[in-house]
Design a protein around this ligand. Structure first.
Ligand code: BV8
Length: 229
């Protein structure tokens, strides 16, 4: 059985990372148009760098939770077909939990992309106006390696190929409001079993064959336990 799992900000909530649209979420503190678009970066690069520098710095204070750890166990043990974990998240909690067959469709906080040479490289600290690219050495041309609104998500061919053959699609901790990720369940539901695991019904809940509502830290380990029985 070929598995595709999609995660969103909700899976990292119990690790202490703010989601976007819950009460007190990131988009209640700052408008996405001001910090998460190419236009925002062109208009005020320092503001945008500051928004991502703060979120990157926060990664030093958080750790994977039981939901991340359960998905890493599933990744390591799943040999009954293909397995791909697609995350919308830019945190590194899935990697730190041990996930291997993982794809960040919206990029990663801990990588910087060079506007001079196009390379993206690991990056742990603040990106500033004089930060230099590890690949080409040019300074002052680095941006977060994150997909902003209006930009094309990374690795769509890889995602589409996995969705094409998947038998089960499980969506965890996402409100189903951001495209194209929000369209994955509808795209596969005629030929794959679709499951939503989320704190509450997402916008697309009615599309799923099965929904389980509650905290990911409790429901994901339970679901993984069932899958590995
Ligand atoms: C694109 C990185 C073209 C940055 C992010 C129709 C079709 C195509 C595009 C569009 C369209 N309509 C509009 C668009 C444009 C746009 C879009 O979707 N806009 C929205 C606002 C309407 N999309 C784009 O621009 C995308 N690009 O479309 O290019 C294209 C398309 C296809 C093929 C080729 C080209 C690019 C979007 C990427 C933007 N970048 N992230 C950053 O992180 O700063 S999006 C960002 O917000 C996240 O990555 C994530 O994707 C999204 C937030 O969503 P969630 O993860 O779901 O988080 P949210 O807070 O919303 O929900 C949390 C959920 O968790 C809740 O349901 C809650 O109940 C639950 N929860 C909370 N606690 C828990 C929990 N669940 C379990 N346990 C808990 N403890």
């Amino acid at each position: 059985m070929n598995l595709v799992i999609l995660t969103g900000a909700g899976i990292s909530a119990e690790s202490g990372l703010a989601t976007f649209r819950d009460l007190g979420g990131l988009w209640s503190q700052v408008r996405l148009e001001e910090v998460a678009t190419p236009e925002a970066f062109a208009a005020d690069p320092d503001r945008v760098q500051g928004f991502y520098n703060a979120r990157r710095a926060q990664l030093h204070q958080v750790a994977p939770n039981p939901a991340h750890e359960a998905l890493a166990r599933l990744d390591a043990a799943w040999d009954r077909g293909d397995f791909l974990l697609v995350t919308q998240n830019v945190d590194d909690l899935h990697e730190r939990a041990g996930s291997r067959r993982l794809h960040h469709m919206h990029g990663e906080l801990r990588r910087a992309r060079c506007l001079a040479c196009g390379a993206d490289s690991p990056w742990q600290d603040d990106i500033g106006p004089d930060s230099s690219c590890p690949a080409c050495g040019v300074s002052g041309r680095l941006r977060p390696h994150v997909v902003w609104f209006g930009e094309i998500p990374l690795g769509m061919e890889r995602i589409e190929a996995a969705l094409e053959v998947c038998d089960m699609f499980v969506s965890i901790g996402t409100s189903g409001r951001v495209w194209p990720a929000a369209g994955f369940a509808a795209a596969v539901r005629r030929r794959a079993r679709t499951v939503e695991i989320n704190l509450e019904a997402s916008d697309g809940a009615s599309i799923f064959h099965e929904t389980r509502h509650g905290p990911a830290g409790r429901l994901v380990p339970q679901w993984v336990e069932e899958m590995l029985r």
